[in-house]
Design a protein. Structure first.
Length: 532
């Protein structure tokens, strides 16, 4: 009997001390086409967040990895925009080779000239893209370069195969609160206005520039347009009335932000008023503007918008709106599951376009399910709601603010009457779609993409807010997160999808030929699709 116990104890000890069968992911990061290795590229995996850099030959190795599916990203800070992400399933003890072929970035170059064809130095030239965010189409700055003494510029690291606008604009970092421009508009000098390639002051008239991988597009010249100079005056009022305040102003379009192909944030033209809060801003051209002010510590703030057509604008008043607490709750739709949800989930508020986040402002929190939560200090503005970490078969069925559904849309903090509550309705029975994509010979198509969108989407904007883009692994397999029961379009592709209007328009137009899946509560739909 003692011998049996000894053998069992020894077996348990050996099992406890036996090393876990971990694997390795290794490979090369290089440019597509020529195959030039990229030194110093970063390779990062998720989950886990482990990251390594490539050596001089572009090699990398990630060791001691548990057997599971990984999302692996390769990118290079030396070549901004060069990026590739792959999904790979690593087996126990497997030595898995994963090579990355980053697309060669393109570039745009040209000159900025005045009305006399003379070069204009120190002009900011912006690369701008269009993208849907929370169901709204925005024009977003991606990168910027200054012209040199000869008016020349070059925008490097332009993502190929996507349309961009090019904008030339004179930027002022600081202005006086009270301009000394003449009161009579006829006595003011004409000013250079922001000009889009090939020579227009509006986005609607601008030409979209599309490049091939590795292309260096030259001769994208812009001749700055000119217009009459206008002014806007008014009073900035703090919480206790007119006060000395810091302010900055900018045009509403294009905006800062983050897109599928990068993004940027720049600090716009700024200044400070005197103790009376008065301002008179001049050298303004026709357009729509946003004026923002704070107390200098960015603990309080407010905004005002105004438009200039063909005359000065007077009595612009900016009142500071207090931050508000946004209470909320997560509730179940119908009966709660028998087993309680043990872990908390994250609830996030993300501005759909660039917006200053004030000191002490809260835009993220956690909550039990079910449970109550609060964003204690949020400035007025529009926010979409993002819920992360729902376990099991739970899914977000609806999001309500002041009783109105804002699922896949933004809600306006401070825009409801009375004490408005954010109500997140979750339900059990979330369904899955698991797919496999093959070619006509029944071979898996690795690294393909799939668009999954609800049939109920009534417009391109709504479609863009609800669509998901699951990616295939090396076996052509993909899976969605938990979805609400209902009908969905499923559209596979060999190339990546994005939220540009061109992609959304193409997907919207292909609904008639898309595969349609009808998901029932708690179901897992297995789907095989063939790509020619």
């Amino acid at each position: 009997m003692r011998f049996v116990l000894f053998v069992l104890a020894s077996a348990v000890a050996l099992a406890q001390n036996a090393p876990t069968a971990t694997g390795t992911i290794h490979g090369v990061v290089q440019f597509a086409g020529g195959g030039q290795p990229i030194e110093g590229a970063q390779v990062r995996i998720s989950p886990g967040g482990k990251e390594v850099r490539t050596d001089a030959q572009g090699h990398y190795s990630l060791d001691n990895l548990a057997a599971r599916s990984y999302y692996i990203q390769a990118f290079s800070q030396r070549h901004p925009g060069a990026f590739q992400a792959l999904i790979r399933v690593l087996g126990a003890g497997q030595d898995l080779a994963v090579d990355f072929h980053l697309p060669p970035m393109a570039s745009i170059s040209g000159r900025v000239l005045d009305q006399n064809d003379e070069p204009v130095p120190n002009v900011s030239v912006f690369l701008i893209t269009r993208q849907y965010s929370a169901g709204a189409l925005g024009y977003i700055r991606v990168s910027v370069q200054l012209t040199n003494d000869r008016g020349e510029y070059k925008l490097p690291s332009v993502n190929p195969d996507r349309g961009f606008f090019v904008l030339a604009k004179k930027m002022e970092q600081h202005v006086d609160a009270i301009s000394d421009a003449p009161a009579d508009p006829k006595l003011r000098k004409r000013i250079a206005v922001p000009t889009y390639y090939p020579g227009t002051d509006s986005l609607e008239g601008a030409e979209i520039v599309r490049l091939r991988p590795g292309e260096n597009r030259e001769g994208v010249d812009i001749r700055l347009l000119r217009s009459a100079s206008y002014c806007a005056d008014g009073v900035l009022e703090g919480p206790s009335g007119p006060a000395e305040l810091h302010f900055w102003f900018e045009e509403l379009r294009p905006s800062d932000g983050v897109t599928d192909v990068g993004g940027m944030y720049i600090f716009p033209t700024q200044g400070a008023t005197g103790s009376d809060g008065r301002f008179r801003l001049c050298n303004l051209h026709p357009g729509e503007y946003r004026l923002t002010a704070s107390d200098g510590q960015m603990t309080v703030g407010g905004t005002a918008q105004f438009s200039i057509l063909d005359a000065d604008v007077h009595n612009v008043r900016l009142n500071f709106l207090p931050r508000v607490a946004v209470p909320g709750e997560i509730v179940f739709d119908g009966k709660a599951p028998e087993n309680p949800v043990e872990r908390k989930v994250s609830v996030l508020l993300w501005p759909p376009v660039a917006r200053t986040v004030w000191n002490g402002e809260s835009t993220s929190t956690e909550s039990t399910v079910p449970g109550e939560f609060t964003f204690p200090s949020v400035s007025t503005g529009e926010f979409p709601v993002d819920v992360r970490g729902l376990p099991g078969d739970l899914y977000v069925k609806d999001v309500l603010y002041s009783g109105q559904s804002v699922l896949h849309r933004t809600f306006t903090v401070g825009g409801a009457i009375g004490k408005a509550t954010l109500r997140i309705v979750v339900a059990t029975g979330g369904a899955l779609i698991k797919g496999t994509v093959t070619d006509k010979d029944n071979n898996p198509v690795p690294d393909c993409y799939t668009a999954v969108a609800p049939v109920s989407a009534a417009s391109e904007a709504e479609f863009s807010a609800a669509v998901l883009f699951p990616q295939c692994d090396q076996n052509g397999a993909w899976s969605t997160p938990r979805l609400a029961p209902g009908k969905y379009y499923v559209i596979p592709s060999r190339t990546a999808f994005d939220h540009s209007p061109e992609t959304i328009d193409r997907l919207w137009g292909s609904r008639a030929s898309a595969h349609e899946v009808d998901l029932t509560a708690g179901a897992t739909e297995q789907l095989t699709q063939v790509l020619e």
